[in-house]
Design a protein around this ligand. Structure first.
Ligand SMILES: [Mg+2]
Length: 148
């Protein structure tokens, strides 16, 4: 066992202050290191600074919403192997399909139920990327033809 393991680092993109407070409280209490940003562009910027172990994305955010953010993230191979979980207030079937189509690996309905929320996060953190990355790669668009 590693005596001083790096804390598992979770990036949360969520614009609602109440949800930000709740997510920070639950995740920090569970021992995770947490960075909360309030829009999708800031989430992309944060990924460039430090690779998260898992990303939680609210779908309805200013600047760059969760769908746009996930679509962008799955194009970036530096983010391969990082689970991207959608947080959505619209607990509707069609919504889950939409989040997956955008590139999210799973879906957590809000308001979150703490035990299930943490279980889902731990399940994804312990999942072998080899088992699920194929689904993401299938959604990745081919690179644009180089210009010049
Ligand atoms: Mg929102």
């Amino acid at each position: 066992m590693n005596k001083n393991p790096e804390p598992t680092y979770i990036l949360v993109a969520e614009d609602d202050p109440t949800n930000q407070f709740v997510f920070r409280k639950i995740l920090e209490k569970a021992g995770f290191e947490v960075l909360i940003v309030e829009d999708g562009q800031k989430a992309l910027d944060a990924c460039a600074v430090r690779r998260p172990d898992l990303i939680l994305l609210d779908m309805m955010m200013p600047v760059l919403n969760g769908y746009e953010t996930a679509s962008s993230m799955i194009q970036d191979e530096r983010l391969d192997g990082i689970p991207i979980l959608a947080l959505t207030a619209n607990a509707m079937r069609g919504d889950e399909v939409k989040t997956r189509a955008a590139g999210c690996d799973d879906h957590i309905p809000k308001p979150v139920q703490m035990v299930l929320f943490l279980q889902k996060i731990r399940d994804w953190l312990s999942a072998d990327p080899a088992a699920w990355m194929a689904h993401r790669l299938a959604k990745r668009r081919p690179p644009e033809t180089a210009v010049g």
